[in-house]
Structures are given as C-alpha cells and as structure tokens.
Design a protein around this ligand. Structure first.
Ligand SMILES: [Mg+2]
Length: 391
C-alpha cells in the first residue's frame, strides 16, 4: 500500500544508515519514555498521550528523561562490539560490571545485581559462570538479555552470527534458554526489519517462527520448557499467538496482555514487543491520526503497562529499523538522555556492519556456554528478577 511504500522509501533501502540510526535511537527512546509507567498495572491511553505530548514542551530542556538499565547495558554492548570489532565476552562482561559499579541506580533487577558485581572482579576467568550460578543453578529467564540485543543485529550482517552472538551476549547474565532465546528472537526481529522484511507482517512472523523453530530445537530448551511448564518450543508457540492476534481486525489491550503478557520474563515481553510493532503498522482508533507508525508503536507499548520501559525499548528498536530515523520526532529525541550518543554510535555500527560484510571482524568467543534452568521451578516467577527502579 501507498503509505507503507512511502515510509519504506523514507527509511532507505535494506540496511541503510537511516535504519541503523532509527533502531538504536528508538530503543533509547522507548526506554526513556517508558520509565514513567514501569510496573503500572493499568495505563490509560490518555495518560500515555499526555506524557508524549509533554515532550513537545521546549521549556523543559534537553535530556530530561533518564535512561535505565536497558540503555546502560546496550551502550556497553555497542562500545564492546565497536572497540573489539566483534564479540569479545571478556570485554563485554567487564563493561557490564564497570557500568554497574559506576552507575548502580539505573533500575537493575535485584537478581542481576549479584551477577554484575561478580563480573567486575578482575580475577574472574569464566565470565558465564556468575549467570549460571544464579537462582540455584537454574539461571534467569528475565528479559535483561533481550533488552540489549538490538546492537548485535547492527554489528553482524550474517544471520547466523546475529543469532550466535546475541545468544552468547545474553548468557553473560541470563543462562536459562528462556532468557537467552528471547535475546536471539529480539535480535532476529531487528535484523529482518533492517532488511525491510517487516512488512507484510504475516510473512515476517512466519520467517521468525521458521528461525526460532531451529533455535529452540535442542534438548536444553525442551528441558527448560518442561520444567517451567511451557510449550515444547515456547517462543514459537508465542509467535503463533502473535500471528493469530495480528490476523484479527480488533483486539483489546486486555486480550494482548492475557495472550502475550507484559512482564519481566523474556517470554512475556519479546513476542509482546513484536506484536506492538506489527499491530501499529496501520493507523489505530485509539491513537492520534497525526502519529506515524513509530509513534504509534511507542504509545501502544506504553499503554500495555507492566515492564513498559523494556517492552517500548525492544519495540522501538524493531520499529526504528523499519521506519528509519526520519520517523522519530526531533522533540522526543531531545528529551531522552543518551539518544544523541546512540545516533552517533549507529553510524559507527553501520561502518562495522559493512566492514564485516566484506569479510572483516567477527568474534572471538569461547564455546557456547549453555546451561539449563535445570532444577524445577514450579513457580514461573522464581527465575525472573524483580525489577526496582532505584532512580
Ligand atoms: Mg529498565
């Protein structure tokens, strides 16, 4: 359709600089504007629109909305990928530890704090060990790996690299397959959106399901899913639900929350973020006509309540890769701490991506450090981290 075609042109061709900038900046934006509603059970759309309208008030000054752990850790991922020209687990782990010790008040989950403290210890050799030890060896299935996964899609042109390094990067803090597979799904979504493959949405979802069928086809995933009483391939099952929901002409926010979730588990937030982007490809009655697709995506993500900063951050990164930087209102960018830095770094990642495409840097990782959430969490909430916003 005409509107979609026009926006695709605005975003440039596959893997254009505009798409890179859109992905990284809109991720920061979702985190910053989402902080206002984090943890809220119900968020009326009027409140969301009021909050977003207030960003147009120029008297408020620049950078008034602080970023949280989502952006703090994504910045570490970006800096590490750029400095090491690929994935270096030692470097990335130490950056996470250092960032936390320098600025601990960014709303980190209570569980991950223990891991981050251990990651900053200079004598640590196996950087995946602290995450594996978490929750009595079960590992975390929170969305902390997924919230910082977008930069992997911006650094590696090859799909296999995106999956591999997004998974390994997540395992530094989230060793349960339901945590790191969520990071892989998020990175895949950004990768495909970057290629211009988000529209038509049914095709996009089918592609994600096909990829995740492969990602989840192993004993570790099956075992974790069994323990947590989830479907055999949990993310595939959720993506089927996303496909059913986008096929429907009308769907209420309550239905989205009950079908997909809005919580801190990766399984209850990554498919939700993907749904937000796809649902908002078209204008929606509850949203202003003046909004473009990216603005609709951010507003809609916030109205779901729950883990709003992370869901809006992940949805923002996917939408930004689809619509490009031109779709983000300048006034929103100016209000968000770290958005301008993200814009600069997106340009650097774009250069690295094309350098890698020509056969340059990749990664120097160890063997895949998989670990199951083996012992039996009867209560699914046991493996997630309770998030508290300390600032
Ligand atoms: Mg956060």
């Amino acid at each position: 359709m005409a509107m979609t075609a026009a926006r695709a042109v605005a975003a440039g061709g596959p893997a254009s600089l505009s798409r890179f900038r859109g992905a990284l900046v809109a991720g920061v934006l979702g985190d910053c504007v989402g902080g206002e509603f984090e943890g809220a059970e119900e968020v009326p759309m009027e409140r969301v629109l009021q909050h977003l309208n207030s960003l147009d008030d120029e008297t408020k000054g620049n950078g008034i909305l602080d970023y949280s752990d989502d952006t703090a850790m994504a910045r570490c991922v970006v800096q590490s990928l750029l400095t090491r020209t690929g994935y270096d687990e030692q470097d990335m782990a130490r950056r996470f530890g250092k960032e936390f010790s320098t600025s601990p008040g960014r709303g980190y989950g209570s569980g991950v704090v223990q891991v981050l403290k251990k990651l900053s210890a200079p004598q640590l050799s196996d950087v995946y060990q602290p995450a594996r030890a978490q929750f009595n060896g079960r590992g975390s299935f929170g969305n902390g790996g997924a919230m910082r996964a977008a930069p992997f899609a911006l650094a590696f042109p090859d799909l296999a690299d995106v999956k591999r390094f997004a998974g390994l990067g997540a395992m530094l803090t989230h060793s349960c397959s339901l945590g790191y597979n969520g990071a892989i799904l998020q990175a895949l979504a950004v990768h495909l959106a970057l290629q211009g493959a988000l529209d038509p949405p049914q095709q996009f979802i089918n592609r994600l399901i096909a990829e995740m069928e492969e990602v989840e086809d192993n004993e570790v995933t099956r075992n974790d899913a069994r323990i947590l009483k989830e479907a055999e391939k949990p993310f595939c099952e959720r993506l089927h639900r996303v496909r059913d929901l986008i096929d429907r002409s009308k769907v209420s926010i309550e239905e989205v929350i009950s079908e997909l979730g809005n919580g801190v588990a990766a399984l209850h937030s990554v498919p939700t973020a993907i749904f937000c982007v796809l649902h908002c490809l078209q204008p929606r009655e509850c949203l202003p006509e003046s909004y473009g697709g990216l603005e609709r995506t951010i507003a809609y993500s916030l109205a779901l309540g729950g883990d709003t900063d992370t869901i809006a951050c992940m949805a923002g990164a996917i939408a930004g890769a689809h619509y490009g930087i031109e779709a983000i209102p300048q006034s929103w960018i100016k209000c968000c701490e770290g958005a301008e830095d993200a814009d600069v770094n997106a340009g650097r990642l774009h250069a690295l991506y094309y350098q890698s495409a020509k056969g340059g840097g990749s990664g120097n990782e160890n063997e895949r450090g998989e670990q199951s959430c083996d012992d039996r969490s009867k209560n699914a909430s046991n493996g997630t981290e309770k998030k508290t916003r300390a600032e």
